[in-house]
Design a protein around this ligand. Structure first.
Ligand code: NAD
Length: 274
């Protein structure tokens, strides 16, 4: 079954399921992304800081799949925030990826104490105007950060990529996204694999003949989130793609939604991450 797409506020569309490559080395990225493309993924999520843009680019080039059929995201790292430094860092990413445009460029973290993200965003707007980036967005931005971007630049990010999984659902932020036509993209959608032993997930998985990972990914898809699960294991890469032949019923969906925790965050907090 085809992967659904999500329409973004600039008119473009993103495949709702993608493939993440955080903590995947450059060489390993070649094999993992090649496997993902062979399975059918057409959306890859990397970042300058992951150190694997060359490997991702190589896998895309080797695949023989037309560039236009692959949705490619990369991210600007913190130390490159600022107007000129953003343009330079983007150029480096583009060269490493071996392509002449990216589909989506994200500011990786807001770094509120450095206060450079507005300058950075202006460089993003220029990259979009030049056609080097099809869509521009942010990651780990809080409501206040998003409000500033929208009011000071007049350009709303197409999406915000945030930590999001059943144990950390960020309701307030997602409601804000909804009001402003900002799509929600979930990083660590499987809670880095740490939440999959939950008996609620196991029971629902058994009913559908699926795995807890597939149940969590299905829950995201039905919630409307864009997901970018990561794996370097071919069987899991396939498993995480095989989520479009079943549906959760309302009760199951609600049971998963109830797994939300006040302290469910696994990764860094954008308030303090510098
Ligand atoms: P994830 O939630 O995708 O979990 C990945 C881990 O879960 C794997 O390493 C493996 O241990 C396990 N796993 C994967 N598939 C499984 C399966 N089918 N069954 C059992 N276990 C399985 O975590 P992630 O890698 O942190 O997040 C996904 C992607 O999100 C990253 O690769 C990256 O692209 C992006 N990301 C972005 C940010 C950001 O700040 N913007 C931060 C973290 C991650």
């Amino acid at each position: 079954m085809a992967v659904p797409t999500v329409k973004l506020n600039d008119g473009s569309s993103i495949p709702q399921l993608g493939f993440g490559v955080w903590q995947v080395g450059n060489d390993e990225a070649v094999s993992a992304v090649s496997e993902a493309l062979a399975v059918g993924y057409r959306h890859i999520d990397t970042a300058a800081i992951y150190g694997n843009e060359e490997g991702v680019g190589k896998a895309i080039a080797q695949s023989g799949i037309p560039r236009k059929d692959i949705y490619l995201t990369t991210k600007l790292w913190n130390s490159d925030q600022g107007y000129d430094s953003t343009l330079k860092a983007f150029d480096t990413s583009l060269k490493k990826l071996g392509t002449d445009y990216v589909d989506l460029y994200l500011i990786h973290w807001p770094l509120p104490t450095r206060d450079l993200f507005m300058e950075t965003w202006r460089a993003f707007i220029r990259l979009k105007e030049q056609g080097l980036v099809k869509s521009i967005g942010v990651s780990n931005f809080r409501i206040n950060d998003l409000e500033r971007v929208i009011t000071e630049s007049g350009v709303t990010p197409v999406l915000n990529q945030i930590e999001l999984h059943p144990e950390f659902q960020q309701d307030e932020l997602r409601i804000f996204h909804g009001k402003h036509h900002i799509a929600t993209e979930a990083w660590s959608p499987l809670g880095q694999g740490k939440i999959l032993d939950n008996p609620v997930l196991k029971d629902i998985a058994a009913v559908h003949g699926k795995t807890p990972a597939q149940i969590v990914l299905r829950w995201h898809i039905e919630t409307g989130n864009i997901v970018i699960p990561k794996s370097v294991t071919p069987s899991r890469i396939r498993e995480n793609f095989d989520i479009f032949d079943f549906k959760l019923n309302g009760t199951e969906h609600d049971q998963i939604t109830k797994l939300d925790k006040v302290n469910g965050r696994i990764g860094p907090n954008p308030n303090t991450f510098n």
